[in-house]
Write a protein that binds this ligand. Sequence first.
Ligand code: MET
Ligand code: ZN
Length: 726
Amino acid sequence: MPAFPQSTVLGYPRIGPRRELKRALESYWDGRATRDELEAAGAAIRASTWRRLAELGLEGLPSNTFSLYDQVLDTAVLLGAVPERYREAADPYFAMARGADGLAPLRMTKWFDTNYHYIVPEIGPETAFKLDAAKPLGEVREARALGYETRPVVVGPVTFLLLSADPEAALARLDDVLACYEELLGALAAEGVAWVQLDEPALVADRTPAELAAVRTAYERLGNVAARPGLFVASYFGHLGEALPVLAATPVEAVGVDLVRGGADGLAALAGKTVVAGVVSGRDVWRTSPSRAARALAAVREHADQVTVSTSCSLLHVPYDVTAEPGLDPALRGRLAFAEQKVSEVVALSRTAPPVQDGGEDARAHRAGAADVSVGAGRSAYEVRARAQAERLKLPLLPVTTIGSFPQTGELRAARAGVAAGTLDAEEYESRVRAEVERVIRLQERLGLDVLVHGEPERNDMVQYFAEHLEGFAVTANGWVQSYGSRCTRPPILHGDVSRPEPITVRWAAYAGSLTDRPVKGMLTGPVTIVAWSFVRDDLPLRDVVRQVADAVREEVRDLEAAGVPIIQVDEPALRELLPLRRSAQAGYLEWAVAAYRRATSGAGDRTQIHTHLCYSNADQILAAIDGLDADVTTIESARSGARILDAVGSFGRGLGPGVYDIHSPRVPDAAEVEGLLRRTLAVLPAGRVWVNPDCGLKTRTYEEVEASLANVVAAAAGLRAELSR
Ligand code: MET
Ligand SMILES: [Zn+2]
């Protein structure tokens, strides 16, 4: 077996430095480009990635890290795990990813604790596994034609099965899946591939004995394939824990460990194997401290003879290149490393063994968070507040509301771009936004909603908008990171102490309120979500950073209240996302996260109704924490996931709006369908606490879809309301 290269990365961004893939995908989906044109765009991105990595001096180049949509979906296709109903679609791959006429897409959920979303495989007794290795083999050949030998990267069998919709049923298919992987190894060996990378991030979370046994079985079996490439099992996002000795006892030749999050404990077990040491973080945008990395490498070298320098995870989660950000303050820019810069760091660390210094530059301020996040004692118990709010708001039973955003029109986005480019003056932009607010208010009045919103037309994004208005944040011009498929976000960079120089949303909320007699909600993004969807300074404990943001939100809540806004919604869709992967750390996190939320909202008086919103949440997992947020009303995704959440909410003690309209699809639900969902909600919650709303914001939908859907939602609520008051 050839030695593992001295330097590598576990994966690389693939959307293109100027989001070329996004454009190619959207053209193809709209019918403006052919499949061949889409493939050509992909090939160009792959070629320039390999060329760039080689130019930067990286030795071990990965392949098959490119994807037209998602690497988990690619793995399902690799294994033939395409559910029957998609097989006849014109394009089964994109039908699974995005749906096709009459076919709902597969579920999508967050990739561990990142903001990347993968497509959830459906594996059951009926799945007919059959290897289709065209993609990994194709990429190996494509790279070879360009002069590069590569290491194909594939999601490993255990992680693949554990990430599927029903992990237990999936794990029962381990043997059949392993047969496919065995065949894949044979095919790669026949192709002359020296190493293959099998990603097993699921091993850094708590695993049952049965799951650990599956790890043992899998890598014993794959290790015993006669003709195969070297096996490199990559873990990331934390420490392998109990899975480490299990993997160590199998014949795999190389193991990847995340030394940024995980530490070097237990690595002695890997003696005799190559350790691929993830010392350059793939989860942040900061330059690596050479001395810190050198210390981590030294700790590994104590136990392993073969050590490769690598990133802690794929670089998929960071933008391409800091030099594409000439607008950033040079002092900040000097602290930053995006994918290109991180590759250079890996290469430099692999070539030199910098002297190990003590303490010094990165004696980081990881002090225990400055203790108690106090909860403002302003608000009375829920029952008292509920009475005060009922008196003020006079809402009907089953009040209908939305989550905040209304469709973001192309004109508005173009207008914002115009302001940025200096071709549209700020006043003109302002008046267009006001016109949009008025349109949204009139629409809601006409449709008969009970609690209105202003529609968020002034926001490019629910986090970036606040980052742009707070001190301590910087925003990038090209720092795009893939969220799912063609969707990217540009996470702001939280680099210093956070403060709010002046009110941010108050004038919009006040303007919207002045247009109507119905209550209008003020809309804010919560502190955990602002931090979760930003790149965050690493010289302060996260909880302290979140608390600073909470204080800024608290000031905004106070000003909204003072401006007479009767309802304030503070969204926390990312509450679950920051949940530590290990159970032992979860309670501690939830405690400070919930405390930060209450710090942000508890300055409001009893008569001000606080709403919160969560989406994409397996909320049942953290229902107790949601309860701890103490919001008067919680709106949550439900329709999209078949209303499963309803089984868990019976004991929920405050207002709750399980979504009745799945906004992820263009489908318009009819009134009967909405009514059905509402009846199910009414079966588990007292009518007086039920709210009626979509799953999430409407910004990705069209006005046509939204009008039709909301009309049906209002009709269903009205029908039930009449029935209840008989
Ligand atoms: C991802 S949650 C979105 C909440 C936000 N208020 C919206 O309606 O768009
Ligand atoms: Zn949402």
